[in-house]
Ligand binder design. Structure first.
Ligand code: CA
Length: 223
């Protein structure tokens, strides 16, 4: 089956370039030019990967991402932004993004990242992981506990699955980074901590008794 990519980019020229590069690479592409169009188009029929510009005329791409996540979108999201500041980058991850590319970027790099996100979106559709206090459902990217289902983004899911595969053991930061992000991705330490904070919140939302503890400077452990 052809993998599909959704694009939301208001710059006509860049949108055209992205579309033809991705189509040349074998992807089925649907391109949108505004946040409202992206919400309409991608919440009903999610692509395998979504490339989302942050600076849109009618919305902030991070808000679009959050709105799509709230509607249950589990698709990996790659943010495009002209802003290089770290706070912006972090808030992209807080908003449920999985990767980030600063403009201007090389098309080759975009293609590699989209392919990596597409693979990662698919590879987690394996067996259900069971442990005391929670069930991890890879098909739904969700924590299931006591009749509650709390959805995770693909990156959050990979991080929690890496911890859940070795309960009671400290999983080192480097192991978590390589489980969750494409090889070569530049991930700030604070980004990992921000993700773990979100996962802890979602465990609480699911009323799961499972707890993630910090082994300061070393890694994290799921109990
Ligand atoms: Ca823009």
């Amino acid at each position: 089956m052809t993998a599909s990519v959704g694009i939301c980019e208001d710059d006509d020229e860049l949108r055209g370039v992205l579309r033809s590069a991705l189509e040349r690479d074998g992807f089925a592409v649907r391109a949108t030019a505004s946040g409202s169009e992206a919400l309409r188009c991608f919440s009903e029929d999610p692509p395998d990967v979504l490339v989302l510009d942050i600076g849109l005329p009618d919305a902030d791409g991070r808000d679009v991402c959050q709105a799509l996540r709230a509607r249950g979108l589990a698709t990996p999201v790659l943010f495009l932004t002209a802003r290089h500041a770290l706070p912006d980058r972090l808030s992209g991850f807080h908003a449920g993004g999985d990767d980030y590319l600063a403009k201007p970027f090389a098309l080759a790099e975009l293609l590699v990242r989209v392919q990596a996100l597409g693979r990662r979106g698919h590879e987690s559709s394996g067996a259900v992981l069971r442990m005391p206090g929670m069930v991890l459902d890879p098909a739904a990217h969700a924590i299931v506990h006591d009749g509650r289902t709390v959805r995770l983004t693909p990156t959050e899911f990979r991080l929690l699955a890496a911890l859940a595969s070795r309960p009671g053991e400290v999983v080192r930061r480097a192991a978590l980074l390589s489980a969750a992000w494409p090889a070569g991705a530049i991930v700030h330490d604070n980004t990992l901590d921000a993700y773990l904070a979100r996962i802890r919140r979602k465990l609480r939302d699911a009323s799961s008794p499972a707890r993630i503890e910090t082994a300061r400077g070393v890694g994290y452990v799921l109990r």
